[in-house]
Design a protein around this ligand. Structure first.
Ligand SMILES: [Zn+2]
Length: 215
């Protein structure tokens, strides 16, 4: 009998932003072969980059504890991926590692300060770009949204399909993006900056992964 050791599935965590402004303002094609160009990183909402990283670090520990392998596109305040350090580089980083799931972690911003709650973005269907990951990403997004809302008690703003996100259009592995709350809502921003709430978000993300990536 021959035993083949299969490595545990790898989860790719992508905390948003953390791009030096001179790089962030550079343009990159929104999808393979596209003439539509988009900036790499507008910087996100005030305080978002640090919150996204803190949640990702906590999720990493929880996922490792459940036996997953974890890769992160950045582990410090600034991204150092090479390959242009944009959203194409983030997607390729996860593609190269054959991630079972790419989990992008962000927080929202709005001029309407009353807006709060959590949403999960997933790739919209686009032939040649996301057709291979559309169904699995949508399923992962639904489970992720359910798990993070349940774990935090935040308002459920639903799952949203997006065609304009470079990081989705270049992904060859299932991908979701959790908007963990609004930095522009004073109460939610306060929660997002607290370790206890970050841990609840991270636990929700971990349970969302576990719902779709068997271990
Ligand atoms: Zn963001």
């Amino acid at each position: 009998m021959i035993f083949v050791a299969t490595p545990p599935p790898l989860v790719c965590l992508d905390p948003g932003h953390g791009t030096p402004p001179a790089v962030g303002r550079q343009l990159e094609p929104i999808g393979p072969g596209s003439r539509t160009m988009k900036i790499k990183d507008g910087g996100g909402a005030s305080g978002e980059a640090a919150v996204a990283l803190a949640i990702a670090r906590r999720a990493r520990l929880l996922l490792l504890g459940r036996g997953y392998r974890v890769a992160m596109t950045r582990t410090g305040p600034t991204i150092h991926l090479g390959g242009g350090n944009g959203n194409i580089a983030r997607a390729r980083f996860c593609n190269r590692r054959h991630a079972a799931l790419m989990v992008r972690i962000h927080a929202d911003g709005s001029t309407a300060r009353s807006l709060h709650g959590i949403s999960t973005l997933v790739p919209a269907w686009h032939r040649g770009w996301t057709d291979d990951i559309f169904a699995r990403s949508l399923r992962a997004g639904r489970e992720m949204q359910k798990a993070v809302v349940r774990s935090t008690g935040a308002v459920d703003r639903g799952v949203v399909q997006r065609s304009d996100l470079t990081g989705f259009n270049w992904a060859n592995v299932p991908a979701v993006l959790v908007e963990t709350g609004f930095m522009t809502n004073p109460a939610e921003s306060r929660r997002l900056k607290s370790g206890a709430y970050q841990q609840r978000v991270a636990l929700g993300i971990t349970l969302g992964v576990a719902a779709v990536v068997p271990r």
